[in-house]
Design a protein. Structure first.
Length: 99
């Protein structure tokens, strides 16, 4: 018997993914400290943008009495939130690639 503890499903899945990456030629390149800081800064900036958009949405929503206008505001807010999240993910992907 081995002294190793049984592996969790996550550990087993990670091993399979690493094996698959090795077979396809994908290399795991660690991030530099500068990249880590740039990614953290990008996350802070986009979280601030999301918070600002949330505040503006809530303020506009308080001024509206019509349910249809509130629905339009909600749709705009959701689109803006999705756009900001998409921008954040693209920026982080660029930073990971070293651009």
């Amino acid at each position: 018997m081995s002294d190793d503890a049984p592996k969790s499903a996550i550990e087993l899945a990670m091993e399979r993914l690493k094996k698959k990456d090795a077979e396809t030629g994908v290399k795991d390149v660690p991030l530099t400290p500068e990249q880590k800081e740039a990614i953290a800064e990008a996350r802070r900036v986009y979280e601030a943008r999301l918070a600002e958009r949330e505040i503006l949405f809530q303020a506009a929503l308080r001024k509206v009495a019509d349910p249809e206008a509130a629905q339009v505001l909600d749709e705009e807010y959701r689109r803006d939130r999705d756009r900001i999240n998409g921008e954040r993910e693209r920026k982080i992907a660029e930073l990971r690639k070293g651009q």
